[in-house]
Design a binder for this molecule. Structure first.
Ligand code: RIB
Ligand code: CA
Length: 309
């Protein structure tokens, strides 16, 4: 099987951890680089968490730190959801190795050139690093096959009534990405809120005595409670969706649409204005918006992968 070369830009984050585990184990993918960005936690913590998760999976994939704040706005620490440590309070040993020195945007560009245009960029946090990479390296679009991002929504928000967290955290960066010529797949809240694990499904991890199962069992109770308190079916593993989409697109469906980001209004900044449900359309359909997932298949792949360690 020809594996798909992927790069993951992330802000671990418990669902980022699930995405990194899938990327490590799914045979369809080859994880070539990880970059980190401030989002669920400050950059120092998201970078340390990425290194800890790499120790958990056993990968030696390099980790490149990126931006510690949004392009223009102040950094707002998303402590409320993933906890002060960014991993829901789950305890992991100190990382065995250090992050790389080269900044994320330069390392991504070099890897994209090495892959000759085949690299698929998966983003799981604010899009600051990608916007900087596009500014520093204007020919980056020539070397990226596509960007598959977790972010945004055609209809709702989870950070404000208008905006999803990753876009809200750095709307100017998101606008740069949505305006870029790189083909884009948007895994927004419409599909990622379908990608949940119920309490009963999470309890299955208790029956496996492994560091991996223990991590997810310890990291998710508060997230499960918060997600269910707003009517979700369980713990929403948002960031698993883009990784699974790259490996198993047959589990998903969606439609091409025009998507652009509001950056001006105090009320709605960070909203991904999507023309999916409007009779007035944008001039271009610049993204494939994922809308459905086979949740049972998602659940089976994720639980099987976590239990395989
Ligand atoms: O809105 C969900 C997104 O915000 C996920 O990427 C989660 O990790 C948080 O970063
Ligand atoms: Ca994330």
């Amino acid at each position: 099987m020809n594996t798909i070369p992927v790069w993951i830009d992330c802000d671990p984050g418990v669902d980022d951890a699930a995405a990194l585990v899938l990327a490590d184990r799914l045979p369809e993918l080859e994880l070539l680089g990880i970059s980190t960005v401030a989002g669920n936690a400050p950059l120092s913590l998201t970078t340390e968490n990425a290194l800890k998760i790499c120790d958990l999976t056993g990968t030696d994939c390099p980790v490149y730190p990126g931006a510690d704040k949004p392009l223009l706005r102040e950094y707002e620490y998303g402590e409320s959801f993933h906890g002060r440590d960014g991993l829901g309070g789950a305890k992991l040993p100190a990382p065995r190795r250090k992050a790389e020195i080269i900044p994320a945007w330069d390392a991504l560009y070099e890897q994209a050139k090495t892959c000759g245009g085949k690299l698929e960029l998966i983003t799981l946090g604010p899009l600051t690093n990608i916007a900087i990479a596009l500014a520093e390296h204007p020919d980056l679009p020539d070397y990226l096959h596509r960007i598959v991002l977790m972010g945004g929504s055609a209809t709702r928000g989870n950070c404000t009534p208008s905006a999803e967290f990753n876009i809200h955290a750095d709307p100017e960066a998101a606008q740069v990405v949505f305006r870029s010529s790189v083909p884009k797949v948007m895994c927004g809240l419409e599909v990622t809120e379908q990608a949940f694990l119920t309490k009963q499904e999470l309890d299955l991890l208790r029956t496996h005595e492994s560091a991996m199962c223990r991590f997810f069992y310890e990291a998710t109770p508060e997230l499960l409670r918060k997600n269910m308190a707003v009517g979700q079916g369980g713990w929403c593993v948002h960031d698993a969706c883009p990784v699974l989409y790259c490996a198993k697109p047959e589990l998903f469906s969606g439609r091409e649409a025009g998507v652009f980001v509001e950056t001006q209004s105090e009320l709605t900044f960070g909203k991904t204005v999507t023309d999916l449900y409007s009779d007035k359309k944008f001039d271009t359909k610049n993204a494939f918006v994922v809308l459905e997932i086979d949740r049972n298949a998602f659940r089976d792949v994720l639980l099987t992968t976590i239990q395989a360690y």
